[in-house]
Ligand binder design. Structure first.
Ligand SMILES: [Zn+2]
Length: 81
């Protein structure tokens, strides 16, 4: 039973779904971010900061956990090409 929306970068980051569709969506979103102008990146960082401040300590902890998972995943992906 899964009501996840596959092919969405948030499914990849928020639900840790690593199916091909979600992976590709996440990569595309990441690529777009890499292509963003410094101004766009600054705005993005501000939005993220505001979102972070609105979080409960539990949400922050979960977010940290996810970031750690993603970090390891990226390292694995980089190692496997
Ligand atoms: Zn998926």
């Amino acid at each position: 039973m899964s009501d996840l929306q596959h092919g969405s970068p948030s499914t990849y980051t928020n639900h840790a779904c690593h199916c091909e569709e979600c992976k590709r969506a996440w990569r595309d979103a990441h690529w777009e971010y890499m292509q963003a102008t410094p101004e766009q990146k600054r705005k993005h960082a501000e939005r993220e900061k505001a979102r972070y401040h609105a979080m409960t300590p539990e949400q922050r902890e979960r977010r940290k956990q996810r970031a750690r998972e993603l970090y390891h995943l990226r390292k694995q992906e980089a190692a496997s090409g």
